[in-house]
Design a protein around this ligand. Structure first.
Ligand SMILES: C[S@@+](CC[C@H](N)C(=O)[O-])C[C@H]1O[C@@H](n2cnc3c(N)ncnc32)[C@H](O)[C@@H]1O
Length: 247
């Protein structure tokens, strides 16, 4: 049976996609909701602890707000904090994010490894976007946060990038919406293309576990099977949702 952590107000907590920096709730409430998630992730073996640097998270958020060109995003502040915290705790040396659009999701994942929110040393934080013009915008955005190039965006098909990656993947983030036929069903294809490269204990995150649950049925069945992943939690902090799984 699926393990779920659902915030009591998940369906009322709404953002305007064109106004991503709007404050939706008091900071204390946001922190407490995310702390609840992190505790469940620990209980289910997806994370080892719940501690992350709150001041660095806010420094990261401020830099994105000041520097990013972002036409829209579906990443709520709760989700931004959740992604940042998971990376700050898991500390992936190598991370690949599939389907990054303008880079906001990617930098939420990468922000604990580079820039003003950095709390550990990463090696390769790679965002993949198939549309070249969006990949270019995302890469420009990411450069404003991380001049080093540890975090970078490539214009390519995520299936090719994970297949060709030379190394182990410590965190895989899935958000690609595929083509008309596959849609978010492409998540399972991307995961299967790099399953043997996931490091022991790797974390795999899938956005839209709630509002695309039907399309993601095969993916969700796969990561929730204990034969494939040691733990998996459907995090419903907002109407989009995030499935967090640990290899
Ligand atoms: C819906 S957007 C993600 C937006 C993100 N959830 C946000 O709120 O900021 C999905 C992106 O995946 C990209 N994409 C689709 N198929 C892909 C693939 N095979 N490889 C890489 N990117 C892909 C699309 O071009 C699109 O920009």
């Amino acid at each position: 049976m699926a393990v779920e952590h659902r915030a009591d107000d998940w369906n009322e907590y709404r953002m305007e996609y064109q106004n991503p920096h709007a404050v939706l709730e008091p900071l204390e409430r946001e922190i407490s909701v995310v702390d609840g998630i992190l505790t469940t992730l620990c209980d289910e073996g997806v994370l080892d602890h719940t501690a992350y640097d709150h001041a660095k998270m806010l420094a990261h958020r401020q830099a994105v707000r000041d520097r990013f060109d972002m036409p829209w995003t579906a990443i709520t502040p709760r989700m931004q904090r959740t992604l940042y915290a998971i990376s700050a705790i898991a500390q992936p040396r190598n991370m690949i994010a599939a389907g990054v659009f303008c880079g906001n999701t990617f930098i939420s994942n990468a922000g604990a490894g580079v820039g003003p929110g950095a709390s550990y040393a990463a090696e390769n934080l790679i965002g993949v976007e198939i549309r070249p013009e969006e990949a270019e915008r995302a890469e420009c955005n990411v450069r404003t946060i991380d001049p080093t190039g540890v975090a970078r965006v490539v214009a390519a098909d995520a299936i090719d990038v994970v297949s060709d990656f030379d190394g182990t993947i410590d965190l895989l983030y899935l958000d690609a919406d595929g083509d008309a036929g596959r849609g978010k069903g492409i998540y399972l294809e991307i995961l299967e293309a790099c399953l043997d490269k996931l490091s022991p204990g790797a974390v795999v995150l899938a956005h839209n576990s709630e509002n695309q649950a039907e399309r993601l049925a095969s993916y969700l069945a796969f990561v929730r099977d204990p034969a494939n992943f040691r733990g998996s939690v459907n995090i419903v902090v907002d109407i989009e949702g995030l499935e967090a799984s640990r290899r």
